[in-house]
Design a protein around this ligand. Structure first.
Ligand code: ADP
Length: 309
């Protein structure tokens, strides 16, 4: 465990920003910290970063109180700002020195990071001369310059074009492979699905969903199945739509319909099935359902009822 949060409570006047939150982040994982606006994500991160003090509860970072682990934690906040008139390399060296890194090491590491995000040729230019995408890459490596073990990334893809999203994703995957622990907070659920091992979804400062992404997804009944076959009858029970897709068919399921019933119906009709796959519920749908308090459109299923196994 690199982060332990226990019964965390934080109020701002009458507003309860974080309401008895408990979770843990494991070493080396890519952890998704999710929730709608105002859920308490930033407050939680700020407590872990020792920027603010909690009212109640216990937080440990690498086995120490947050204030003592600062050098091992990096933070890319949602609200970003760099000194526009400072040179690119000097910016990174300055930030590293603030975290206690000696200047020669800071320079070396800063150059290495600039190379990793293809900014080495801009090292002696001023920040304000960089394009927006370049500034965001610089922001990203600024959170890494002291070589932290744990990295908090708050909306790291905000406002990035697709090329820069890929660059940052690649860099995150590389850091993950190196064994860094990454806590990712974003509203882009497709990226959470692509990147995260486990997630914590909070709302109104409380836990809504917490655990391995794959396990959470299994708790939700699928909305669709994908079938590879020469043809699909259009009047299958439990199927409300059939869309050809790349040599196969996507079958939208009626509410409450189960994939195994569709499979049985296809077999009964002697359809030559080459492949049958249950399409997982998009995390986006789970998020919306969990936060709006609905049962995933009435679809969160009972334990043991899922899948074809
Ligand atoms: P998130 O990051 O999930 O959007 P925040 O942690 O920023 O959520 O905010 C949680 C709640 O606390 C919100 O209702 C927000 O308005 C409130 N809040 C956050 N920071 C402050 C502050 N400095 N003063 C007063 N209220 C705050």
């Amino acid at each position: 465990m690199v982060i332990q949060v226990q019964d965390l409570m934080k109020r701002y006047g009458d507003v309860v920003a974080v309401d008895g939150l408990s979770f843990e982040v494991e070493r080396g994982e890519m952890f998704g910290l999710l929730g709608p606006n105002g859920a308490g994500k930033t407050t939680t991160i700020r407590v872990i970063m020792d920027i603010i003090r909690p009212d109640e509860g216990r937080v440990m970072v690498l086995g120490q109180p947050p204030g003592q682990a600062k050098a091992q934690v990096g933070y890319l906040p949602e609200e970003r700002g760099l000194y526009r008139n400072l040179k690119v390399l000097d910016t990174l060296v300055y930030l590293a020195e603030l975290k206690g890194v000696p200047r020669p090491t800071a320079r070396e590491r800063a150059m290495h990071l600039l190379e990793r995000v293809e900014l080495e040729e801009w090292a002696s230019r001023k920040v304000k001369d960089l394009s927006r995408g370049m500034q965001q890459r610089l922001q990203f490596v600024a959170s890494l310059v002291h070589d932290p073990e744990i990295l908090f990334l708050d909306e790291p893809f905000q406002g990035l074009d697709p090329v820069n999203v890929e660059r940052i994703k690649d860099l995150m995957a590389e850091l993950h492979r190196e064994g860094k622990t990454i806590v990712l907070s974003t509203h882009q659920m497709n990226l959470v699905e692509a990147l995260c091992d486990r997630i914590l979804l909070i709302d109104e400062g409380q836990v809504v969903l917490y655990g391995p992404l794959a396990e959470i997804k299994r708790q939700y009944a699928p909305h669709a199945v994908r079938v590879r076959a020469p043809h699909i009858p259009l009047d299958l029970p439990g199927v409300v739509g059939v869309e050809p897709d790349d040599g196969a068919f996507n079958l939208a399921l009626a509410e409450g319909a189960r994939p195994q019933e569709v499979l049985r119906a296809l077999l009964d009709r002697r359809v030559e099935i080459q492949a049958f796959e249950v399409a997982p519920v998009p995390l986006e749908d789970i998020f919306v359902a969990a936060v709006s308090g609905e049962e995933a459109g009435g679809r969160r299923q009972e334990e043991g009822e899922d899948g074809l196994a």
